[in-house]
Design a protein. Structure first.
Length: 613
């Protein structure tokens, strides 16, 4: 087994920690044995805590769950590589409907999840709010797990916080937020330490999207440190044949299916894919660039390397893909270049100077900001100013760095931009150029080719609906209704499986087909592809049911104005909604009903969610 069946409940008001069984909790409340979706873990299991324990939807700080997947772990425990993901599940401050908030998640890949399992638990559920900003230190090296709360400076930047926790308290596996989380910035993020062989820390990884940092800040959590022991990790017993399967999978991870990410990283791989298709979004998604656009040369990896720039490969866990590509700026600033951050902080703001983009990314991470949302809100502001004949506008490098600081401390215009694109455009005007869905700023793929943005759990996000680039390579299919209905259904299921199992998004082509075999290997439960796919779709439906209770409906399944080009029309989009809702069993207003829950094998949640129909 690679799961413990237990979770830690941290009550910050009572300053108590309690070990509980999620298997018993779910069985008692739902009146049945654990399901495949719950075994998979991550976002899928995290939703159960919200369905069963959440009291209201108008306080995003009430509950927060840190959930591992059944594969979260380390190769030395017998797991495949790339299985380093942990999902934080929360009500998102940006996903707001009236006074209520919708469900979301943020995922990060480091050894944090593995260390959580070394406490002897699968998940950490946090209720209440600490009296002052604290570091929560969870020590599972003894028989039980002890919790200590230490007062901590909320203003400390992310990197200093990680160093101080390691130096003062000897915790090296840490999740921390920056000052932005305590200033009320809507898109504050959480950052996970990355121990590297021979160094104290590598570049931290962010659980970035949806305002997870603000949720932790609102609970007065500055840091969560975990320290466990190998013996408590629920280890699988693998025979020779099972070991061969894992070796085979690791070979696959180092093979053709991951070549794009291995060779170019997400940065290089996506530029090389989007530029020939004339689909690289830039200038607040106002333009789509191709190879002939000269400005892209400053950021296109091929050209950077021709200019002698040194790109180093790094992995965030034992991983043969090593998609993380680190680059050193002229002043010695070192940061990794992942596609979304480069696209939003660089191309979208009209800044194509790699040096400046590196500095901007490092700065935003130090303050604890989601770099994708930060780039997007600044891009919107630049275009808003261009329309008004004001400055700063696209390409202003000094303004980019200055605005990041102002947003993080909510100073001057930064106070407005800290509300995100939706809030800022509602206040200042120009909502028609606000690149957001359900309050979440855009990912780095064109909106016209992905109506899936409208239906994704997190909002305008590419990893909660696996449809972000399918139509770029299939222009013949872009407006084919039935193809989209099938693609969205599969895209929702696949995305939810990736966000639940504990493996990396970039390993999905190898791990997804192997899930039935892996689930049996590590949990003893026999299943098949159909049941796995059904459990992925159940996760999507349950998230949608929680959002229905929070008040979300058809009107929130929207696309930004810039999606309606290249032939995508509003009429077609409304037809797509009708067909998709019918296929998934929603009512015509896009709401989940008790009938929908029954159709998807989730009837036992009806009495907790109190839906109509
Ligand atoms: S593919 Fe990239 S993000 Fe995923 S585990 Fe490997 S190095 Fe980390």
């Amino acid at each position: 087994m690679t799961i413990c069946g237990t979770f830690l409940e941290l009550d910050l008001e009572k300053e108590q920690v309690e070990l509980k069984s999620w298997e018993e909790l779910f069985e008692e409340q739902l009146g049945r044995k654990k399901s495949v979706r719950e075994l998979m873990g991550g976002f899928g299991r995290g939703l159960n805590y919200f369905a069963l324990l959440q009291n209201s939807y108008d306080d995003f700080a009430e509950l927060c769950a840190i959930c591992t997947g059944f594969l979260t772990g380390h190769p030395h425990f017998g797991l495949p590589m790339t299985c380093c993901k942990t999902a934080v599940v929360f009500l998102s401050p940006v996903k707001r409907k009236g006074e209520r908030y919708g469900i979301s998640f943020a995922n990060a890949g480091t050894n944090f999840g593995s260390e959580v399992k070394e406490l002897g638990v699968d998940d950490i559920v946090i209720v209440g709010k600490a009296k002052q900003p604290v570091a929560i230190l969870l020590d599972g090296t003894g028989e039980t797990v002890a919790m200590e709360l230490r007062e901590f400076d909320p203003e400390a930047q992310v990197f200093d916080t990680l160093e101080r926790i390691a130096a003062d308290y000897t915790y090296e596996t840490v999740c921390a937020v920056g000052p932005a989380a305590f200033k009320g910035v809507k898109f504050a993020s959480a950052h996970f330490s990355t121990p590297l062989p021979g160094k104290k820390f590598g570049l931290p990884r962010a659980a970035a999207r949806g305002g997870v940092g603000l949720v932790l800040g609102a609970k007065n959590i500055k840091v969560i440190g975990v320290k466990g022991v190998d013996e408590k990790f629920p280890k699988p017993r693998l025979g020779e044949e099972e070991k061969r399967l894992v070796v085979e999978l690791n070979r696959g991870l180092a093979g053709a299916a991951t070549e794009k990410y291995r060779c170019g990283g997400t940065w290089g791989g996506n530029f090389d894919f989007l530029l020939p298709a004339k689909s690289l979004p830039a200038y607040n998604h106002g333009k789509l660039l191709g190879e002939e656009a000269e400005e892209v040369n400053g950021l296109w990896r091929m050209k950077c390397e021709e200019n002698g720039l040194k790109v180093e490969d790094e992995a965030c866990s034992p991983c043969p893909i090593k998609c993380v590509k680190s680059v050193e700026a002229s002043d010695g600033t070192l940061w990794r270049l992942d596609y979304e951050p480069v696209a939003l902080m660089g191309c979208d703001t009209g800044i194509f100077d790699l040096d400046v983009v590196l500095k901007a990314l490092r700065l935003a991470n130090a303050y604890g900001l989601d770099v994708v949302s930060t780039g997007s809100v600044i891009a919107w502001y630049f275009e808003h100013n261009l329309r008004q004949g004001e400055s700063p506008t696209f390409g202003d490098q000094h303004a980019l760095l200055d605005l990041i600081k102002k947003i993080a401390v909510r100073e001057g215009i930064g106070d407005v931009l800290a509300e995100g694109v939706k809030g800022a455009s509602e206040k200042l005007g120009d909502v028609d150029i606000a690149m957001q869905v359900k309050g979440l700023e855009t990912a780095g793929y064109p909106a016209w080719s992905n109506p899936g943005y409208a239906f994704a759990v997190r909002g305008m996000c590419h990893t909660s609906m696996e449809t972000y680039n399918v139509a770029i390579g299939r222009p013949d299919k872009v407006h084919e209704l039935e193809w989209w209905v099938a693609t969205l259904k599969k895209g929702a299921s696949d995305a939810m499986l990736v966000q639940s199992g504990g493996f990396c998004h970039f390993a999905r082509k190898v791990i997804l087909p192997a899930l039935p075999a892996l689930l049996e290997l590590y949990t003893g439960v026999k299943t098949d592809k159909d049941e796995i796919d059904r459990s992925g779709l159940q996760t999507y439906i349950l998230a949608r049911a929680i959002d229905t209770v929070a008040g979300f409906d058809r009107t929130d399944d929207a696309l930004p104005e810039r999606a309606f080009r290249c032939g995508t029309t509003r009429e077609w989009f409304e037809l797509l909604k009708d067909r998709l809702y019918a296929e998934l069993g929603f009512d015509t207003t896009g709401r989940v009903t008790t009938g929908t829950l029954k159709k998807h094998g989730l009837a036992e949640f009806a009495r907790f969610l109190r839906l109509c129909g």
